[in-house]
Structure formats: structure tokens, C-alpha cells
Design a protein around this ligand. Structure first.
Ligand code: PMP
Length: 363
């Protein structure tokens, strides 16, 4: 049966009309560097360890899984350190779902969510999906943010939820903890620090986890999609005050984390050292991308993540298409004169840099 109507004719919520769904292209190209995945596969030894645990869990899938995903929360508490305990941990099917739980619990009609644009493209979609109003603040031309200007904007917007992406996607920009502290002090709402890419930051860069103590409106979200090379498994998590976690319990669907997801994630965490072994190599490729882009006449922005946003692209759409035609997928994030590329394996990174050099489109 074909399509019998169009979206305009359905009784859709008014506030969803005109929105565009998330839609990063999923083209089957040989070199996919467009959604900041870890392009290294899960190591074989770890994969078989994870499979063993999934096999055990499969024998019990006639029963609902542990609704409180206790073993997984304990695993995340141990991995994060900072003396965290399992009652301070939450998890979901990707950190997108964790952020959605926050928006469901603390946002909604008549409430606002705020972030400093350009930032993660799903923030407006996730928050608007719950009926919240999205308000975008601004950054310096180099995408940095000072505590003073952040506070000024937060005071003006007076939001219910503040999303601080650290390091920021799509720019890679680090965020000082002084900004987080100042924003927290100046606000009355929930402050979320999204540390999806934290593992790619310098080792001595402190996490906002160090600020959790005594700040019940603060939450730090993380994901296994990036450093852990687990994007397809869909596992994200956060750390916050136990009362904050109780709020998220009100909105999650029962048994939202499948038994297979829980088993896979617990086994992956048990192998965290091996899973994270490629982080240094990825950081090396990221820095190589930055240095080579500079040499080619582009203007890469400082990145503490596994991707690089670079300016000086005369015609981003044309360069994106030329790379696509050579089998390389990067991201046009809609910032004029810019493209974003994920650090791949050494071979993928070389393929990207060689292809870009052959295009010669720096403005
Ligand atoms: N936060 C940021 C900043 C991201 O870039 C992403 C993924 N691109 C996510 C959250 C969501 O990741 P996931 O749902 O895979 O955990």
C-alpha cells in the first residue's frame, strides 16, 4: 500500500510542524568520517568475551531485564571513579535517550532549554520533542565561552535546562570548569555537562565530575558511542545526585535497557582498558588532521574531541561532494565556510587528507 496522505494532513502537534528530523547521511562509503564514531572495531578478544555474556543473557530473555540495571550502574560508577556510587548513575539507549529523560523530567510545555550555539544538533530536537522551547545563546567567533558572557546569557534566558557540551560538538572547543561553576551559580535550572568526547581530551583535563559534590542540579552525561567504540550498541549514561536519578525514573519506560544491552555493556566495561586502547591513536590522527589542514591553508579549530571542524572552505557543498565522489564522507554542519571530519584510522585519515589535498579548495 502506498502513501495516502502527507505530514501536513495529519493532526500533528503544532509545535512539531516544520521541524526536520535528525538526518546525517548514512551512505555506504568506504571512508565514513561524518558522525564522530570510533572507526576502530571492538578488539576480537573483547568481542568474544562480550558475546559469551550476551549468550548467557539470551537464555533469560523470556523474562524482563533488571529494570534498575544494577550491575551496569555499578560498572559505570567504578569506571568514572571520583568516589561515585551506583545510586548516582543513570543509563539509557545512547546518551541521546538520557538527555531525553532529562528533558522529559525537567522540561516540557512552558519551559525552556538553553545551549550555546553552534552546539550538538540534537539538543533542539530532543528538547522540542518534549514541548520545551529551545533558546540558543552565542559564542565568541572562535567558539570559546567565558564565564562572564555565559552567565550574562543564562541570566537573560533564565532557562529550566542548560546544556553545556564539553568538549563542544561540532566545534571541538574545550569548556573551562570555571564556566560550569559560574553557570550553575547563576541559574536556577538543571545544568547538564555533556562529556560525550571527554576521553579524547588531554589526560590532565579535569572532568565536571569533580564539581558534582554539593550541586544537586548538576548532571554529567557520557556515552559509550565514541571512545568505547560502541555506537551500535546504544549505551549512554550520566552521573548526578541520587534525587536527580529519581526524577529520571519517573519518565523512563519500564525495562528500557534490554537484557542484551545490559550484558554487552557490562562486559565491555569489564574490558575498558582494551576498549579504550585506541584513544591515543585517534588523538594522534586528530592532531595530524589539524596540522595537515593548516599546511593546506585551511583554518582548523582547536579540538579536544575525536573530530576537527575546519574553516576556509570556499564552497563547503562542493568540497563535501568532491570528497563523497572519492568515497569519503565528512559532515557539512551548516556553518558557512566550514566542514567537520572525524579522526579515523591512520589509513582512513590519510585517504581523507590526500583527497582534500587533491581538491585544493581552501579559500
Ligand atoms: N552528545 C554529543 C555531544 C554527541 O555528539 C552525541 C553523538 N553524536 C551524543 C551526545 C549522543 O550520542 P549517543 O546517543 O550515541 O550516546
Amino acid at each position: 500500500m502506498g502513501r495516502v496522505t502527507s505530514l501536513e494532513d495529519l493532526p500533528l502537534r503544532e509545535d512539531l510542524r516544520g521541524l526536520t528530523p535528525y538526518g546525517a547521511p548514512q551512505a555506504p562509503l568506504p571512508v565514513a568520517l561524518n558522525v564522530n564514531e570510533n572507526t576502530h572495531p571492538v578488539p576480537d578478544a573483547v568481542a568474544s568475551d562480550i558475546l559469551d555474556d550476551i549468550a548467557v543473557a539470551l537464555r533469560d530473555v523470556n523474562r524482563y531485564p533488571d529494570r534498575e540495571f544494577t550491575a551496569l550502574r555499578e560498572g559505570f560508577a567504578e569506571y568514572l571513579g571520583h568516589a561515585l556510587s551506583a545510586d548516582q548513575i543513570w543509563a539509557g539507549n545512547g546518551s541521546n535517550e538520557v538527555l531525553q529523560h532529562i528533558a522529559q523530567a525537567f522540561g516540557g510545555p512552558g519551559r525552556t532549554a538553553f545551549g550555546f550555539a553552534p552546539t550538538y544538533s540534537m539538543y533542539p530536537l530532543i528538547t522540542q520533542g518534549t514541548g520545551s522551547t529551545w533558546v540558543a545563546g552565542t559564542r565568541q567567533p572562535d567558539y570559546t565561552l567565558t564565564a562572564d558572557e555565559a552567565v550574562e546569557q543564562v541570566l537573560a534566558a533564565d532557562p529550566d535546562i542548560i546544556l553545556l557540551c564539553s568538549p563542544n560538538n561540532p566545534t571541538g572547543t574545550p569548556l573551562g570548569l570555571d564556566v560550569v561553576e559560574a553557570v550553575y551559580e547563576a541559574s536556577r535550572g538543571i545544568v547538564v555537562v555533556d562529556e560525550a568526547y571527554q576521553e579524547f581530551a588531554p589526560r590532565d583535563a579535569p572532568s565536571a565530575l569533580t564539581l558534582l559534590d554539593g550541586r544537586p542540579r548538576l548532571a554529567i552525561s557520557r556515552t559509550m558511542s565514541k571512545a568505547f567504540a560502541f555506537a551500535g550498541a546504544r549505551v549512554g549514561y550520566l552521573a548526578a545526585d541520587p534525587a536527580f536519578i529519581d526524577a529520571l525514573r519517573l519518565v523512563r519506560l519500564p525495562y528500557h535497557l534490554s537484557a542484551l544491552t545490559q550484558a554487552a555493556a557490562v562486559a565491555a566495561l569489564r574490558n575498558a582498558d582494551t576498549m579504550l586502547a585506541m584513544v591515543d591513536e585517534i588523538v594522534e590522527q586528530r592532531d595530524r588532521i589539524t596540522a595537515t589542514l593548516e599546511a593546506l591553508g585551511y583554518t582548523p579549530h582547536e579540538s579536544w574531541s575525536n573530530f576537527v571542524l575546519f574553516g576556509g572552505v570556499a564552497d563547503p557543498k562542493a568540497t563535501w561532494q568532491s570528497l563523497y565522489n572519492k568515497g569519503i564522507l565528512v559532515r557539512d554542519v551548516g556553518i558557512p565556510g566550514h566542514l567537520r571530519v572525524t579522526a579515523g584510522t591512520e589509513a582512513e585519515t590519510t585517504a581523507f587528507l590526500d583527497a582534500l589535498a587533491s581538491i585544493e579548495s581552501a579559500s
